[in-house]
Design a protein around this ligand. Structure first.
Ligand code: NAP
Length: 453
């Protein structure tokens, strides 16, 4: 059986792994738009979350299976069409994640100085598509909107010293230099609901209080709960732990550190202020459920020159593949893509593009299990008959002048990143320029034979 997995993040790789475990005779091509594998683990997980980052070695073992091949730098749609796939594969699994951001839908949202979390995270993670020239931390204050773990990541990276990050992470030097030069002193985290209804998990929240260079500031009044909130606190252990953490911070005296992280609950942005670029964010007051309080207008203005909108990600449609605009996912039944015309198209889906942008990396394991079980149940009735040799897809791509990054190509990139790191006494430094990545890979990828093993 020949399977193409589109996307080499954790969801795609757990699917490849599950296929190899459950099917004795399978060849899996893991195809990615980027020259580098690992998706959100490389380009989304915060660089200072070292334990989470160490999952890379487990994903590497999957990629090093003899049944799995990496084909990087290939865009589904322009380099390889959906119509090309049936000739080469019996089944296709879309594991493309949630590649864009939700919008706030307020005036000024697109002013210079206002970034989606997707773009801001891409910048500090050294993504090849990052808006490098647009990010500047020449600001006194930053506002981060959202009460999820991504908002916490952004606030924490802004609050940490570049020195700490340089020692332990693979962050690119241009990002560390910008953080080093940052003039930001106040970071405002703005949550539209009350503290009992925030989406943070306790471990991530707690990290804000452990920063060496920043005080965390919580007004005790913000922690007062209404009846509905009290019921949530009583019934949910995570929320109780979050409230304990917040209460401890509310009782702390600021220690005069260089930066301050302020938490604001029951506030929503109504406008981003500024003519040429962001100068502030106007907020309104909400009830604990995030709904505006009748009769109360604008609550306050937070002066800030940087805004990061961390209000969740959203899936993007793939050419020729069904897509539910309302929820931003590919419609499916237990992982089998649902098409109006044919039930059995040999297409499957996994990860955030299947279930929406929620859950931790481990959630993708059970998700992949479900999708692979469905595919294997369907095996006998799959319409696709794979007629070509495994290398035919490489020949097709090369005939189109697509520079395919093979696993050996990726290993050349890794070696170059380690060499770059050792020059500065670090274990590794990410290379971010797409052309540089492709050039490193090309030297070994496109002269060789099977591109994979
Ligand atoms: P999230 O957990 O869904 O949080 C999104 C936040 O944005 C929510 O607080 C939401 O509020 C708020 N929001 C949405 N629309 C808004 C609007 N128009 N105005 C103001 N606020 C708005 O998403 P995320 O933080 O992007 O994280 C995505 C997933 O990755 C989550 O499952 C997260 O736990 C996971 N993750 C985990 C880690 C980790 O384990 N260390 C790190 C990063 C991410 P409402 O609740 O009111 O909708």
């Amino acid at each position: 059986m020949r399977v193409a997995v589109i996307g080499s993040g954790p969801a795609g790789l757990y699917t490849a792994d599950e296929l190899c475990r459950q099917h004795g005779d399978v060849l899996v091509d893991v195809i990615d738009r980027l020259p580098c594998p690992y998706g959100l683990l490389r380009y989304g997980v915060a660089p200072d979350h070292l334990k989470m980052k160490s999952l890379e070695s487990a994903l590497r073992r999957i990629m090093e299976r003899p049944e799995v091949r990496f084909l990087g730098g290939i865009d589904l749609g322009s380099d390889l069409g959906a119509e090309d796939l049936p000739e080469h594969y019996d089944a296709v699994v879309y594991a493309t994640g949630a590649g864009t951001d939700r919008r706030l839908g307020i005036p000024g949202e697109d002013l210079p100085g206002s970034f989606s979390a997707k773009d801001f995270v891409a910048w500090y993670c050294g993504h090849p598509d990052a808006l490098v020239d647009k990010v500047t931390l020449n600001a006194h204050a930053a506002v981060v909107v959202g009460a999820g773990n991504v908002a916490i990541d952004v606030a924490r990276i802004l609050a940490k010293s570049a020195g700490e990050l340089r020692e332990t992470t693979d962050m690119p030097d241009h990002v560390l230099d910008a953080l080093d030069a940052s003039t930001i002193r106040d970071i405002h985290l703005v949550a539209r609901r009350g503290p009992a209804q925030a989406r943070f998990t306790t471990k991530e929240l707690r990290e804000l209080g452990e920063l060496t260079d920043a005080d965390v500031i919580v007004d005790p009044e913000q922690l007062e709960l209404d009846g509905a909130d009290r019921a949530i606190v009583e019934s949910d252990r995570v929320v109780r732990r979050n409230m304990d953490v917040l209460a401890e911070w509310a009782g702390r005296r600021p220690r005069g550190r260089a930066r301050r992280v302020h938490l604001h609950f029951r506030r929503s942005p109504v406008a981003v202020l500024g003519a040429e670029r962001v100068t502030g964010v106007a907020l309104r007051s909400n009830g604990s459920n995030g709904v505006p309080v009748a009769g109360r207008g604008s609550a306050e203005v937070l002066p800030a020159e940087l805004l990061v909108r961390s209000v969740g990600y959203r899936g993007q449609p793939l050419p020729g593949v069904p897509f539910d605009e309302a929820s931003g996912v590919i419609p499916h039944e237990r992982g089998r893509v649902r098409r109006a015309d044919s039930e059995m198209s040999g297409e499957y889906v996994v990860g955030w593009i299947k279930r929406g942008p929620t859950g931790v990396i481990g959630t993708n394991k059970s998700d992949a299990k479900e999708t692979v079980a469905t595919m294997l149940d369907d095996r006998e009735s799959l319409p696709r008959a794979c007629r070509r040799e495994p290398d035919a897809v490489l020949d097709l791509l090369r005939s189109r002048d697509v520079p395919v990054v093979t696993w050996q190509g990726w290993e050349a990139i890794e070696a170059a990143e380690q060499a770059l790191g050792s020059e500065g006494g670090r274990s590794r430094v990410k290379i971010t320029d797409r052309e540089a990545l492709l050039a490193l890979a090309d030297a070994v990828s496109n002269g060789g034979s099977n591109g994979g093993h």
